[in-house]
Design a protein around this ligand. Structure first.
Ligand code: CDP
Length: 212
């Protein structure tokens, strides 16, 4: 079983994906970490994130075994990750790893921006998770504070909107709801309610498939 979860920044897709993977016994991949890893490598080497040559080089050299998730989540990497993610050859270089991950038995939950559209268009269930920008900014501020980072809510909101816009407008695999993806709005849902809503959608899809 492959579950594809896409949506804008801080919409709750990562938390839902992690919990679904646990409950259904599937592997989980937060694909944002791949673009973050490329961005970090480019910044660490002293290059600009829109320096396509070095970004592509970093994507080709991407090694999933050398992954420091906590360092990759840092806000300093976030903006740069969406800049490198707009470079088509960067996305191309990261594609095989994601597709191989998705098809490894017994299946996987992948969350990102283009899972249902590009990486796993044949996924068994697709969710498109959204929430209002204000709610997403408040969630991101809490996450940053929990990590001991400084966070200004207005600044976080502006960053988030700018990144959503860049992710949606790029020509390479833009952030867009797949026609067969189920919309899940978590604006008024806590973590447990959002998770239950996701399970309800998945179970309804599976039941529908069995009936056919
Ligand atoms: O956690 P958050 O939603 O803030 O970001 P993320 O999922 O870690 O993704 C960081 C950036 O990577 C996004 O803004 C996208 O530009 C890019 N990304 C992408 O292009 N495609 C994906 N499948 C996942 C992330």
């Amino acid at each position: 079983m492959i579950i594809a979860i896409d949506g804008p920044a801080a919409s709750g897709k990562g938390t839902i994906a992690r919990q679904l993977a646990q409950v259904y016994g599937l592997h989980h991949l937060d694909t944002g970490l791949l673009y973050r890893a490329v961005a970090k490598a480019v910044l660490d080497a002293g290059h600009a994130p829109d320096d396509a040559e070095h970004a592509i080089e970093a994507a080709v050299a991407f090694d999933p075994k050398r992954f420091d998730e906590a360092a990759l989540k840092a806000n300093a990497i976030t903006e740069a990750s969406s800049v490198v993610a707009a470079i088509p050859q960067v996305r191309q270089a990261l594609m095989n790893y994601q597709r191989a991950f998705a098809t490894r038995p017994p299946g996987a939950v992948l969350d990102g921006r283009d899972i249902g559209t590009v990486i796993a268009p044949g996924a068994d269930v697709k969710l498109f998770v959204v929430a209002s920008p204000e709610v997403r900014a408040a969630r991101r501020v809490r996450e940053m504070q929990a990590r001991g980072e400084q966070a200004d809510e207005m600044e976080v909101l502006a960053d988030l909107k700018r990144r959503d816009e860049r992710d949606s407008r790029r020509t390479a695999a833009p952030l867009i709801q797949a026609p067969d993806a189920h919309l899940l709005d978590t604006t008024h849902l806590g973590i447990d309610a959002a998770f239950r809503a996701a399970v309800d959608i998945i179970e309804a899809v599976r039941a529908g498939r069995k009936r056919r």
